[in-house]
Write a protein that binds this ligand. Structure first.
Ligand code: PGA
Length: 248
């Protein structure tokens, strides 16, 4: 099953729930795709209620590493689960950049998420400077080796490869570059978990749109997409879900 996750980032007011409802209605036949929307935390509970029974799940965009405590402004994985979430994005490059999050912290967040019964989507990706320096693969492998907690079971988490330079820019990695990076990530998972490493979905993210989704989603080892800008409009996210391949 491919997984299409919409990341609304810091966008969305109560009125935006209509987009989520429209998305759920238009994709109700696409049960071969895991469909998830990660709205801002303010919309999690009403969105979970609006989407109840639709087959579309909800997720958080980040979580704290602990369950509760004196951390003004933070939200824990337990709270996300309590608001109906089943997924949570951790280690998004915007969190790594805006909030200085390290891979060590991302690993602790992923563990907290799994402990709360959520499915963490662990994000990694190189910057333009790193790619141009020929360091993309080593950076991504280093981020993965630290960001994936040692005792997380394969199948209980997913990975999103998102080249930082492709996020929100309209630039997309070439199919060859995506195939090469996803194969490298798969090899790393196989080395770590044996055959069970095949159960980890590796999503691609970065300017995924209706017009490039089919190409991206057909690349070997691409298990879905993490979609930012295009997830804000139901019609675009519907088209991306429809581009996801059926299991063979
Ligand atoms: P984008 O964002 O689709 O707007 O490039 C992707 C992401 O940041 O997850």
């Amino acid at each position: 099953m491919q997984m299409i996750i919409g990341n609304w980032k810091m966008n969305g007011l109560q009125a935006s729930l209509d987009e989520a409802r429209a998305f759920a209605a238009a994709t109700s036949g696409d049960t071969h795709v895991i469909r998830t929307i990660c709205p801002p935390a303010t919309l999690l509970l009403p969105m979970a209620e609006a989407l109840q029974g639709s087959g579309v799940s909800t997720g958080g965009q980040d979580c704290h590493e602990t369950a509760s405590g004196a951390h003004t402004g933070d939200i824990s994985a337990v709270m996300l689960a309590d608001s109906g979430a089943s997924f949570v994005i951790v280690g998004h490059s915007e969190r790594r950049t805006d909030h200085g999050e390290s891979s060590e912290l991302v690993s602790r967040k992923a563990l907290a998420a799994a402990g709360a019964g959520l499915h963490p989507v662990i994000c990694v990706g190189e910057t333009r400077v790193q790619r141009e320096a020929g360091a993309a693969t080593s950076i991504v492998l280093e981020q993965l080796s630290v960001s994936i907690p040692e005792n997380l079971q394969p199948g209980s988490f997913s990975i999103a490869y998102e080249p930082v330079w492709a996020i929100g820019t309209g630039l997309v990695a070439s199919p060859d570059d995506i195939a090469a990076m996803h194969a490298t990530i798969r090899d790393m998972l196989l080395a770590r978990y044996g055959e069970a490493g095949r159960t980890v979905a590796i999503l691609y993210g970065g300017s995924v749109k209706p017009d490039n989704a089919a190409t991206i989603l057909r690349i070997d080892n691409v298990g879905g997409a993490l979609v930012g800008g295009a997830s804000l409009k139901a019609i675009e996210l519907v088209a991306i879900v429809q581009a996801a391949r059926r299991p063979v």
